[in-house]
Design a protein around this ligand. Structure first.
Ligand code: PEP
Length: 250
């Protein structure tokens, strides 16, 4: 099955109004017909992007609540109004630093879908879990928490495999390692909804850059990337977006 590629930038707590301009300038001339490109800046910058652009916007998290006395939180509705159409859910930094549990991640993903945002569910194992050969067990737990009781959400989701040991470390998974894990994820997703599992985009995230992306994009079950550090460099991010349009799979 031909799945349209998706390249997503996660700026985390970085960026500026100047980067909004620079990224827009870098992406605008690109022929992005065969790839969906997404930029997830800090929420305060969403409004700074022009409506005239050839890429989508996303948020980095959302509240599971729709409104009310939740100081500092942002609802799906507010993010949509600010221009987001996607939202990252369950990034490992939020699971660790903000104590987001599997149950909370599941609730946030459901809230996103109900509101009309496309969630990008992040899953991934730590280095210790990989060394103990628990990768598949951890990924299965993270997926089951979201989809076992709400399988209908799979068809409306993107899933990003982000091994924690590869995030921001400069040590990417090898294309073979990533493909093996993506194949496992797709197979596991099939038990919730076989048709949706074939169509769902699986992104790889973890130290993706202009040098290593092409080999990753060649892999059968890798449909794009979630890019952190390299997404703060407009020229390099543009190269990554172009690489996926060139990389016809074998
Ligand atoms: C991320 O944080 O989602 C990420 C993949 O970061 P990096 O590309 O910097 O490893």
């Amino acid at each position: 099955m031909q799945r349209k590629a998706l390249i997503a930038a996660n700026w985390k707590m970085n960026g500026s109004a100047a980067l909004v301009t620079d990224m827009t300038t870098a992406l605008t001339p690109l022929p992005l017909d065969n790839v969906d490109v997404l930029v997830c800046p800090p929420a305060t910058l969403l409004n700074r992007f022009s409506a005239e652009r050839n890429f989508a916007l996303g948020a980095q998290t959302l509240s599971q609540e729709s409104r009310g006395a939740f100081t500092g939180e942002l609802s799906a509705e507010l993010l949509l109004e600010a221009g987001a159409t996607y939202v990252i859910v369950g990034h490992s930094e939020r699971r660790t630093l903000n104590f987001e549990t599997d149950a909370l991640v599941a609730a946030k993903l459901a809230t996103a879908v109900t509101a009309g945002l496309i969630p990008i569910l992040c899953i991934g194992e730590s280095l210790a879990e990989r060394q103990q050969e628990k990768t598949q067990q951890v990924l299965a737990r993270q997926l089951d928490a979201v989809y076992a009781s709400q399988p209908e959400l799979l068809a409306k989701s993107v899933v990003a495999y982000e091994p924690i040991w590869a995030i921001g470390t400069g040590e990417s998974a090898t294309p073979e390692q990533a493909q093996q894990t993506h194949a496992f994820i797709r197979q596991h997703l099939a038990q919730y909804d076989a048709q949706a599992a074939v169509g769902v985009k699986l992104l790889y995230g973890g130290s993706v850059n202009a040098d290593n992306c092409a080999a990753l994009f060649q892999q059968a079950d890798i449909d794009g990337a979630l890019v952190g550090g390299a997404s703060l460099k407009p020229a390099e991010f543009a190269q990554i977006c172009l690489a996926v349009t060139k990389g016809a799979k074998d």
